[in-house]
Design a protein around this ligand. Structure first.
Ligand code: ATP
Length: 231
């Protein structure tokens, strides 16, 4: 397997904002790769470019230079429609605040991306039920987000993110708004899903305890990705 065929690979990524005196070079040459089933923590101070990096890795933004490979496919030359398609099929997102659709049940929230992807209702429901059981919230399937606890909502959001069997999972502070005990519980569920599904996971977090439990920790220094060691 060549490096480029790893589930997620970023090569020579550069991104700046502004021009002239206000120019800010946020990413100056980001290189790294994540293998299938690997969990990598991104720990970096505020303002160093984590969101910019996640947006580029998630094909939400284009870099000024460099290439993003998702499962070996170079995404830079794809047109916007094809990038949207790749995002929907191949990349899952988990945010600090769950962004579940309030008028739909937990089950429906997980079914929707699958049905948009072309799966029939019954198959989508079966997969959603399996994921809810896996996250140990099967009994909450018919509840709407407002009727679920923060930890339960976040587990639904994680299940939704992996529902389409993506190659890549990107998470931005997925346990950021949870108490320590719940955040460990949600993190355990996330870890189990990554291992089971073989998705390549990049998880931005300020929580060093959780970061230390991942396979690898990276940070951003001067716009580049470097290894980070947690004391
Ligand atoms: N669209 C934009 N226009 C101008 N500057 C931007 C834009 N987006 C981000 N920046 C700047 O780029 C830098 C990196 O932003 P980014 O959001 O990636 O940081 P971050 O590490 O995710 O921060 P936080 O942890 O606070 O969310 C910041 O200084 C930010 O102000």
């Amino acid at each position: 397997m060549t490096d480029a065929s790893k589930s997620l690979r970023l090569q020579g990524i550069q991104r700046h904002f502004g021009e002239g005196e206000t120019r800010l070079d946020v990413l100056t040459g980001v290189d790294f790769a994540i293998e299938a089933g690997e969990m990598v923590a991104l720990v970096a101070p505020s303002g160093t470019g984590k969101s910019t990096l996640l947006h580029i890795a998630g094909l939400l933004e284009r870099p000024d230079a460099g290439e993003v490979y998702v499962n070996g496919l170079a995404c830079g030359s794809l047109d916007d429609a094809r990038r949207t398609e790749m995002r929907r099929q191949s990349i899952g997102f988990v945010y600090q605040f769950h962004h579940l659709l309030p008028e739909f049940s937990a089950l429906e929230n997980i079914m929707l991306p699958q049905m948009i992807g072309g799966l029939h209702r019954k198959e989508a429901a079966d997969r959603a039920r399996q994921l809810l059981d896996y996250m140990r919230i099967g009994k909450r399937a018919t509840h709407r987000p407002a009727e679920l606890s923060g930890g339960e909502q976040q587990r639904v959001a994680i299940a939704r993110a992996v529902a389409n069997n993506p190659y890549v999972l990107l998470a931005d502070e997925p346990t950021g708004n949870l108490d320590p005990k719940t955040s460990h519980y949600v993190f355990d569920a996330l870890t189990a899903l990554v291992r089971q599904s073989g998705v390549a996971a990049l998880i931005a977090t300020h929580n060093h305890e959780l970061a230390a439990r991942m396979d690898r920790v990276i940070t951003l220094e001067g716009g580049r990705v470097v290894p980070y060691s947690i004391e």
